[in-house]
Design a protein around this ligand. Structure first.
Ligand SMILES: [Zn+2]
Length: 434
């Protein structure tokens, strides 16, 4: 990946359509592109991430009507819920999170250019993109034109000059409670033009990376690419990065936990650390099953890192760590291969566990930090810090060796640090001293 002329790597990822709480499938692009930005910043690029919010869309009208809620109100509520739910991932916010409803001026202006240049036409208050005016159409999804279905309704089909044309602007229909003024009359933008306009407003044209789920390749991204290139005479983006789908298989979730497919439910059930670990365990391009087994495995991996972290000391890592750190960074440089990077992390953990001398945590902290998992090195709330755990370990050693004077001295030292040792059925346990 080479940065743009100003040294930046500009990333636009398609965000959610806000008509309901988001599920773990919607969370995947948020995680993938937030981590990608984190990695690029880590290796010294000036990366900027835009994740839009689609707050004008047929799905929002369709969900708002039966609920008796104004569609703008539903979109507002679900945008707030989306922000709260994704905050639970602990990845920070993207640099910009534009709303379609705040980009109407730019959208109308872009449609005007397309009409002027002969790439779009008005029909009964709607505006359509003319696919035959743009010879490169289909270049992203490589579909045969006869296999293409824009997924639009019968009203739109009747107005199109060609069935492959798609809507840029839709005249207000009965039952639609939001509309904006445009030279073609009141109405609202189509979904695809919203993203072209939001991306250009914040990143310009010809930015570095456009992301989103693989289900968006056609028609959404094909149409975004066609609109921008036709209007501006240069490509929308240099590189497309599509993440694979999260397969939600109800049969693979246990009855006791229910089907925890909504992000906020999954966060409550498994914790953000296990969810981030779960997402990193799959290559972003591949589909991944969301099932109990994989989540349990992610939880076990989180525990493995936490357990190893208790025995680490602060400071530089030993010599054996260098090649593992290199392997970690090389994996991410190679098409952002997070599973391969994680394998380097677990090789590091295994090596540290084998070591007889104290191991400095610096390299592990760096690697975990790139994956937003550096908190695994901190003791969870209510748990004794690493050096206290280490005192307990030495007390156990002394006890097993029959050195009771030393074991008592270590118990006193623990008490002086505010921790009491309780010998329970699962071995000694540290509790905060009264
Ligand atoms: Zn989009």
């Amino acid at each position: 990946m080479s940065p743009g002329p100003d040294g930046r790597i500009r990333i636009y990822a398609c965000g959610p359509t806000v008509y309901a709480r988001i599920h773990v499938g919607n969370a995947r692009p948020f995680v993938v592109f937030s981590l990608l930005r984190r990695y690029l910043l880590h290796v010294g690029y000036d990366a900027v991430l835009v994740v839009n919010v689609t707050d004008i869309n047929d799905k929002i009208y369709a969900a708002a009507q039966p609920a008796g809620t104004p569609s703008a109100e539903l979109a507002r509520q679900m945008t707030a819920a989306y922000v709260a739910d994704t905050d639970g991932l602990g990845l920070g916010r993207p640099d910009h999170e534009p709303l379609a409803s705040e980009t109407i001026g730019e959208i109308v202006a872009l449609i005007e250019v397309l009409i002027e240049r002969g790439h779009a036409y008005e029909a009964a208050g709607d505006v359509y993109f003319s696919v035959s005016s743009y010879p490169d159409y289909g270049g992203l999804s490589h579909q045969r034109i006869e296999d293409m279905d824009q997924g639009e309704g019968p009203d739109e089909e009747a107005l199109k000059r060609h069935p492959r044309d798609f809507a840029l602007w839709k005249a207000q229909k009965p039952g639609e409670d939001t509309a904006w003024d445009a030279p073609w009359g009141r109405g609202r933008p189509g979904w695809h033009i919203e993203c072209s306009a939001m991306a250009e407003k914040l990143l310009g044209v010809g930015f570095e990376i456009h992301g989103g789920g693989s289900d968006l390749v056609f028609p959404h991204h094909e149409n975004e690419a066609a609109q921008t290139a036709a209007a501006r005479g240069q490509p929308l983006v240099k590189v497309w990065m599509h993440n694979g789908m999260v397969r939600l298989d109800e049969g693979k979730m246990s009855k006791s936990t229910g089907n925890l497919f909504l992000l906020h439910e999954a966060l409550a059930a498994y914790g953000r650390d296990a969810l981030i670990m779960y997402f990193c365990a799959g290559h972003y391009r591949q589909p991944v099953d969301f099932d109990e087994g994989r989540l349990e495995e992610a939880r076990a991996q989180v525990r493995r890192v936490r357990d190893a972290a208790r025995r680490l000391v602060t400071g530089p890592s030993p010599e054996w760590s260098g090649p593992l750190r290199e392997r970690f960074l090389a994996a991410l440089a190679e098409d952002f291969n997070t599973p391969s990077a994680l394998a380097a992390v677990f090789d590091w953990v295994r090596e540290a566990n084998r070591s007889d001398s104290p191991v400095g945590a610096d390299d592990l902290r760096e690697m975990l930090g790139v994956l937003a998992l550096e908190n695994l090195l901190e003791a969870p709330a209510g748990e004794a810090p690493a050096e206290v755990q280490e005192l307990l370990r030495r007390r156990e050693e002394a006890r097993r060796a029959g050195d009771y004077a030393r074991s008592d001295a270590l118990r006193d030292e623990l008490r002086a640090r505010g921790w009491e040792v309780r010998d329970g059925p699962d071995g000694p346990e540290l509790v905060p001293a009264e």
